[in-house]
Design a binder for this molecule. Structure first.
Ligand code: MN
Length: 409
């Protein structure tokens, strides 16, 4: 298994290089980011770097040259070595199957020679899909600045390799599908534990839900939550990314859980809206509408379909239901967006919203989510359902079908 995994990373490097026009590629690991005082946030590896090395260490630089794949390791102070441990070079080589490890001085010298030889270098360009209040991580700028300062007198061209990376990461390999399925199965066990406790524990609260999910995930070999879980009771569910975890769960309200375990860096992403046993007819009506849209949307998934076409179809289906629910008069996009303000689908993989080129039609071995929802702020009702779908040769397979859509408390 270990060899299988290290050859996965090596093959990814070879394939990526084969698909990029620059023959020399440089990919930088994430850095540890300061939280406050002398604490850093929990380290999380950049997914491109993980895809090409399987190494969970900050500050590394991967160089993919035509005849050699090597890593440049950061220089660690004595203090850092005592507290965080030393870099085990043998371990880096066995996990990633790179040829060589260089220290900073050797590595940058070697890289400079290669840059002079090839004149152009491929880099994943920093992502431009930042949300408000997010700050771009520095590593790629650090690399570019450093390369520039050393090559100020040479004409060097940088080429983004994002498209090539997306092309590869979109199509899942068998080992990736295994990890995604594992993440999904673990997530389902978390949903089932919450359902069981919702039925038994009259004082069940959001902190307990969070603790149950974490317990379920960690005790089954997951490294934890792939993203901050959304636990939204009643009217809170109308805020799509509700992050309040303090309030109690109202027993007569719908409860929406949008959660995902992470397994070997791969993510699951499932949403269920739990129905109270004494649900009001209006709550059920909205639930059935979303359930119907999700069932019909999944039927559409097949190779060749464009995600933009799918989004349009889903929007129209939701529009017809909104009309039926007497929320809008006509299913026009502007009116529909008031009650359904997000997209129905995204690629799933190393990142929960995985790197993808959505101008490409769906193809075999892609994994996407299907997550329609209806949110009615004036009635305090929000419903969302999400499953993870593998595109197969002729149609699709629902990887999370083991979890029923309809969960009654
Ligand atoms: Mn999702």
């Amino acid at each position: 298994m270990k060899d299988l995994i290290s050859s996965f990373y090596k093959n990814n490097r070879i394939k990526l290089q084969g698909s990029c026009s620059p023959r020399l590629l440089v990919v930088r690991a994430s850095d540890a980011i300061q939280k406050s005082a002398d604490q850093a946030y929990p380290f999380y590896q950049n997914s491109d770097f993980w895809y090409l090395t399987g190494l969970n260490f900050p500050g590394l630089i991967l160089v993919i040259a035509p005849n050699e794949h090597f890593l440049i390791v950061p220089t660690l102070s004595k203090y850092k070595q005592i507290f965080d441990g030393q870099i085990d070079r043998e371990e880096l080589i066995s996990k990633s199957a790179v040829d060589t490890i260089y220290n900073q001085t050797e590595g940058y010298f070697k890289l400079k020679q290669l840059l002079l030889q090839y004149k152009e270098v491929g880099l994943p360009s920093p992502y431009l899909r930042l949300r408000e209040f997010q700050i771009l991580n520095a590593p790629y700028f650090v690399v570019i600045k450093r390369l520039l300062s050393r090559l100020a007198n040479h004409k060097l061209k940088y080429i983004s390799i994002n498209r090539e990376l997306a092309q590869m990461r979109m199509i899942k390999q068998p080992i990736e599908l295994e990890f995604i399925q594992k993440a999904i199965d673990i997530t389902i066990s978390g949903m089932e534990l919450v359902l069981a406790n919702l039925k038994q524990d009259s004082a069940y609260s959001k902190p307990k839900v969070l603790a149950d999910l974490s317990y379920s995930f960690l005790s089954r070999g997951s490294s934890g939550h792939a993203f901050d879980p959304i636990i939204a009771s009643g009217s809170e569910a109308v805020t799509i990314h509700n992050s309040d975890r303090q309030h109690l769960i109202a027993s007569d309200q719908l409860l929406t859980l949008d959660i995902g375990a992470e397994y070997n860096h791969y993510s699951a992403d499932l949403t269920r809206t739990f129905i109270p046993s004494k649900a009001l007819s209006r709550q059920l009506e909205v639930f059935r509408a979303v359930q119907d849209v999700q069932t019909e949307a999944i039927k559409l998934i097949r190779p060749g379909l464009l995600v933009s076409e799918l989004e349009k179809e889903v929007q129209m289906m939701i529009g017809l239901h909104l009309k039926h629910l007497k929320l809008i008069k006509e299913p026009s996009p502007n009116l529909i967006r008031r009650y359904y303000p997000h997209a129905c689908s995204h690629s799933l993989g190393l990142d929960t919203h995985d790197l993808a080129d959505y101008s490409q039609p769906l193809a075999e071995n892609m994994v996407i989510t299907i997550e329609p929802g209806i949110y009615i702020p004036e009635e305090g009702i929000g419903v969302r359902l999400e499953d993870d779908i593998l595109i197969t040769k002729n149609a699709n397979s629902n990887l999370s079908k083991a979890l029923p859509t309809e969960l009654v408390i």
